[in-house]
Design a protein around this ligand. Sequence first.
Ligand code: ZN
Length: 67
Amino acid sequence: MCSRCADEFGGGDTDAASLRDYTTLDVGFTDKGMQVWCRRHDTNVVHIDFDGLRPAADFRCLERNKD
Ligand SMILES: [Zn+2]
């Protein structure tokens, strides 16, 4: 979660219904690992360094169960 988005939403400066609606995140793989990027603030949220490892990943398109 972008801390700046959280601050702005928490401060009531937005008309977004939820923090989830307010935040616009991109996720992608990098040379080091995986990065989450805030499009709204054009800033890094988190950059996870896999330290050369290749963790198991599941790329199946799984959808939330609908009851
Ligand atoms: Zn942000």
